[in-house]
Design a protein around this ligand. Structure first.
Ligand SMILES: Nc1ncnc2c1ncn2[C@@H]1O[C@H](COP(=O)(O)OP(=O)(O)OP(=O)(O)O)[C@@H](O)[C@H]1O
Length: 234
């Protein structure tokens, strides 16, 4: 098992955002995490990363409890993050931003050459300051940076947000490629169809609780179920 989240309660101050959330991600599996605005998707990713610590519950990564670990240690164990706001250092070049992401973990390391082979445009952007990039280019850098951290699991927060359809397809192709390499992913998406195009399994959050979990194919095949769970999302 790559990731095991058990009965997590997470609060923002006194406001509870997650109520007993449990989910698992198997090795090399893509899990779509769906739900309306405010359902708790980002809070769950932040809980896994140790950025917003759960008050109760347990999170295990490859069998080891990481619930109380500092974020840098969680990253070093092999959990990568592609945040919704990309979080690049705006006044540093693309090359420097990527260099900051390089880490060694127990998982397969990625070289800059391999990453630029996936995102060929990166080669021409290396000396640009990150703040001058388009949204799609920033997303490319954010994903490339996550790969250079040698992850076994990548948490994608709204990877399609603000991107042209062609770029969204490219990003989904990258997630499929990672999966083919045995890298697992959690994909948080407002656009359920985009997430369902790459996901093996789905967890739907509603008001901080798991409302449904199951195979992606089941949700794709059952339009009424899909509408009832995530109809209002798209
Ligand atoms: N920093 C914060 N302080 C207080 N409340 C917060 C904070 N961040 C999130 N919340 C609240 O926690 C709940 C879950 O928010 P979260 O951002 O996890 O939802 P989400 O499913 O990712 O939503 P969206 O799709 O809109 O990004 C919401 O009610 C939100 O208002």
């Amino acid at each position: 098992m790559m990731l095991d989240v058990q009965a997590v309660d997470t609060f923002h101050g006194e406001t509870q955002a997650l109520f007993g959330v449990s989910l698992t991600v198997r090795d090399g599996e893509v899990l779509a995490l769906l739900g309306a605005n405010g359902a708790g998707k980002t809070t769950l990713l932040r809980s896994i990363l140790g950025l917003t610590r759960p008050r109760h519950g347990e999170i295990r990564f490859r069998g080891r409890t990481i619930t109380a670990n500092p974020t840098h240690q969680i990253a070093r164990q092999g959990i990568g993050w592609v945040p919704d706001d990309r979080r690049l250092c705006p006044t540093l070049t693309v090359e420097k931003n990527l260099a900051l992401g390089i880490k060694r973990t127990a998982f397969r390391p990625w070289t800059l050459g391999e990453v630029t082979e996936i995102f060929s445009a990166l080669k021409y952007l290396m000396s640009r300051d990150a703040e001058t990039l388009s949204g799609g280019e920033m997303q490319m850098v954010a994903i490339a940076r996550a790969l250079l951290g040698s992850p076994g699991l990548v948490l994608f927060d709204e990877p399609s947000q603000g991107l042209a359809p062609k770029i969204v397809n490219d990003v989904m192709a990258v997630i499929r490629r990672l999966k083919a390499e045995g890298i697992a992913a959690i994909v948080v998406e407002q656009n359920a169809d985009v997430a369902l195009s790459v996901a093996d399994r789905v967890v739907v959050l509603q008001r901080g609780q798991v409302a449904w979990s199951g195979e992606a194919a089941e949700l794709v095949a059952d339009a009424a179920l899909k509408r009832s769970l995530i109809g209002g999302v798209q």
